[in-house]
Design a protein. Structure first.
Ligand SMILES: Nc1ncnc2c1ncn2[C@@H]1O[C@H](COP(=O)(O)OP(=O)(O)OP(=O)(O)O)[C@@H](O)[C@H]1O
Ligand SMILES: [Mg+2]
Length: 323
């Protein structure tokens, strides 16, 4: 069977909040599927329903072909969950936490200990194995929480914002671990608000905003309509009066804009001769320091499709969720 997760018309309301509003999607076996959206979009609510922590108001869900809309027990064995906030015990050591989780999944004592050691090693936590989980740094906590989520080698892994709130180096390490898990065949459902992370890791992405899926497709297909655009960004040191008007007059088939101070963006529907524009600017007395071709990114697609500025989304999150 090809399908790992199937969601049909799932909805969940909290009082007057439509947290998840009639969403449907499927995730293939072995796929790394991204759920990308801003604060309050309904990402965690969706994971909670799929993993049995919340019951949908309507709709159906299957994991590995097993209907888990009402009874999740049989699907539980197939899945691993890494919540956005750790569910491990602060008073237990890293090693004991992993052994405890392994026991919950019925691994034998010998298996528990060898699997715990193996994962501590793989996540670079061997040195901290006998320290209390409560004394771990944020990045170490996140790593151990992920290790606990995969202790029973689940077929389908749910990761809720795995790299939020940890330092750049740890986040990079975790992305590599997620990539490796994906390569080894695990189906992964990942929520994130980092567009670059989704672009780098995921096979397919759903944009979720206000409880609704706005678009779901492969990165390649999402980017496709944007590949036909040609964009050049010109960075300058000083400007001259009326530069933009004169550019538009000289190159009427191109579109000029200024996304921020010190930058002129040129959009065209044919390849752009950046040299001619740079010469023209220099003749006007503008000192150009750089001209570079810009490749469309998922961020462009996201902003275009959702109408949400990616920066706004990022700042929202850093203020609300990091700390
Ligand atoms: N237990 C609850 N009771 C009431 N409202 C809730 C509950 N859980 C979620 N909500 C609301 O449902 C909406 C979706 O929340 P959810 O946590 O799923 O968003 P999210 O996409 O995970 O956001 P974030 O990026 O901040 O983690 C929000 O408006 C939230 O306030
Ligand atoms: Mg969330």
């Amino acid at each position: 069977m090809k399908e790992a997760i199937a969601v049909e018309n799932i909805a969940k309301r909290f009082a007057d909040v439509e947290a998840v509003n009639d969403i449907s999607f499927t995730v293939d076996k072995g796929e790394l599927f991204g759920f990308l959206g801003p604060n309050g979009a309904g990402k965690t609510t969706t994971i909670n329903m799929l993993t049995g922590l919340a019951r949908p108001d309507s709709g159906t869900m299957r994991i590995g072909g097993i209907d888990c809309t009402n009874r999740t027990m049989r699907a539980q064995q197939l899945i691993g969950v890494v919540p956005d906030e750790s569910n491990l015990y602060p008073e237990l050591t890293g090693f004991d936490n992993l052994c405890f989780c392994a026991a919950l999944y019925g691994l034998s004592k010998k298996e528990r200990q060898s699997r715990a050691r193996e994962l501590l090693e793989a996540f670079g936590l061997t040195q901290a194995a006998n320290r209390r989980f409560g004394s771990y740094s944020k990045g170490m906590k996140r790593k151990l929480t992920i290790a606990a989520g995969i202790i029973h080698r689940p077929e389908v892994l749910f990761l809720d914002e795995p790299t939020t709130g940890i330092d750049v180096a740890s986040a990079r390490q975790l992305r590599q671990l997620i990539h490796d898990l994906h390569r080894s065949g695990t189906t992964i459902f990942l929520t994130t608000h980092y567009i670059e992370e989704a672009e780098r890791l995921c096979d397919r992405i759903a944009f979720i905003v206000s409880g609704r899926i706005i678009q779901v497709d492969s990165i390649e297909n999402l980017l496709q309509p944007f590949q036909a655009r040609y964009v050049v960004q010109i960075t300058y040191e000083n400007t001259a009066n009326g530069t933009m008007e004169r550019l538009s007059k000289e190159f009427p088939y191109l579109e000029f804009s200024s996304p921020k101070k010190g930058i002129i963006q040129v959009d065209g529907n044919k390849p752009i001769q950046a040299g001619a524009i740079v010469h023209f600017l220099e003749d006007l007395g503008v000192e150009v320091s750089e001209a570079k071709k810009i490749r469309a990114t998922l961020e462009d697609v996201f902003v275009r499709i959702t109408g949400i500025e990616a920066n706004a989304m990022r700042e929202d999150k850093e203020q609300g969720g990091m700390g």
